[in-house]
Design a protein around this ligand. Structure first.
Ligand code: PEP
Length: 251
C-alpha cells in the first residue's frame, strides 16, 4: 500500500476580522509553504475565502470552506453553493458536528452537500463522531453516519477525507487518547472496507479532530490509521498550527 499523505485542516470557525485573517494567512504561508509530507488546508470564514485564495496562490497551502449549500443556485438567502466555492476553494468541510448539532443539519443534508461538493470538483472533509451520551455505542453512531453520508454511493470517491471528531473532544481540551483515536479511525477504515472494498479503504485518509494542539499531535501522528488532523482552536495561532503541521509531516 502506498503511504497515505496526511492532511492537516485548520478550521477557523467564526473567528478573525479581515485584518487578522490576512495576517494569519501571510504567517502560515511564510511558515508552511513547501512543507513536504503533509497536505495543508486552511479553512477561513466564507468572507475571507477570496483573500485566502489570493494570499495562498502559488503556494502548497490549499483553501477550504467550512460549509456549503447543496443546491447549485436559487432563492436561498445567505447560502453559498459549491460551484461558487469552486472559484476560491478546493476543499469543503461537511457534516461538522457544529453544523449537525447547533444548526440542525440532517443526515440527508450532509449527503446532499457531499454530492454537491464532489459534483463541483471540490474535495470533501466529511466529519463524523459520537456525542458524549453516545459513547457506549460509538460503533453504531459511526456506522450510521457513514451509511447516511454515503447513501447512494456505489464507490468511495478518492478525494474524500474523513475526520473522526468525537463531539465531546471539540473545543473542550478533552482530547481523545491517541490509542482511542487510533481504535476509532481503524474502525472507520474497516467500515469503509466492508462497504467499498479494502483498496478504497486503504487509500482513504482519516484524520483525528478534537482539541489537537502542538503538545498532543505527536501521539496521533504516529498512529497507523490516523492520517493527519482537523484542528479548530489551535489553527488560529500561526505558531501552534505550524508546529502541528510540522509534527504531522515529520511522523
Ligand atoms: C473542530 O472544529 O473540528 C475542532 C476539532 O476544534 P478544536 O480543535 O478546537 O477541538
Amino acid at each position: 500500500m502506498a503511504r497515505r499523505l496526511p492532511v492537516v485542516g485548520g478550521n477557523w470557525k467564526m473567528h478573525t476580522t479581515r485584518t487578522e485573517a490576512r495576517a494569519l494567512l501571510q504567517a502560515l504561508r511564510a511558515d508552511l509553504d513547501g512543507l513536504a509530507g503533509a497536505q495543508i488546508v486552511v479553512c477561513p470564514p466564507a468572507p475571507w475565502l477570496s483573500d485566502a485564495a489570493d494570499a495562498l496562490a502559488g503556494s502548497t497551502l490549499e483553501v477550504g470552506a467550512q460549509d456549503v449549500h447543496w443546491e447549485p443556485n436559487g432563492a436561498f438567502t445567505g447560502a453559498i453553493s459549491a460551484p461558487m466555492l469552486a472559484g476560491v476553494a478546493s476543499w469543503v468541510i461537511v457534516g461538522h458536528s457544529e453544523r449537525r448539532h447547533l444548526f440542525g443539519e440532517t443526515a440527508e443534508e450532509t449527503n446532499a452537500k457531499l454530492r454537491a461538493i464532489l459534483a463541483a470538483g471540490l474535495r470533501p472533509i466529511l466529519a463524523v463522531g459520537e456525542r458524549q451520551e453516545e459513547s457506549d455505542r460509538t460503533a453504531d453512531i459511526l456506522r450510521r453516519q457513514l451509511d447516511e453520508g454515503f447513501l447512494g454511493f456505489d464507490r468511495l470517491p478518492a478525494d474524500v477525507v474523513i475526520a473522526y471528531e468525537p463531539v465531546w473532544a471539540i473545543g473542550t481540551g478533552l482530547a481523545a487518547t491517541p490509542d482511542d483515536a487510533q481504535t476509532r479511525c481503524a474502525l472507520i477504515r474497516s467500515m469503509l472496507a466492508q462497504r467499498f472494498g479494502a483498496a478504497a479503504a486503504d487509500n482513504c485518509r482519516i484524520q483525528y479532530g478534537g482539541s489537537v494542539n502542538p503538545q498532543n499531535i505527536g501521539g496521533y501522528a504516529k498512529q497507523p490509521d490516523i492520517d493527519g488532523a482537523l484542528v479548530g482552536g489551535a489553527s488560529l495561532d500561526a505558531a501552534a498550527f505550524t508546529a502541528i503541521c510540522r509534527a504531522v509531516a515529520a511522523a
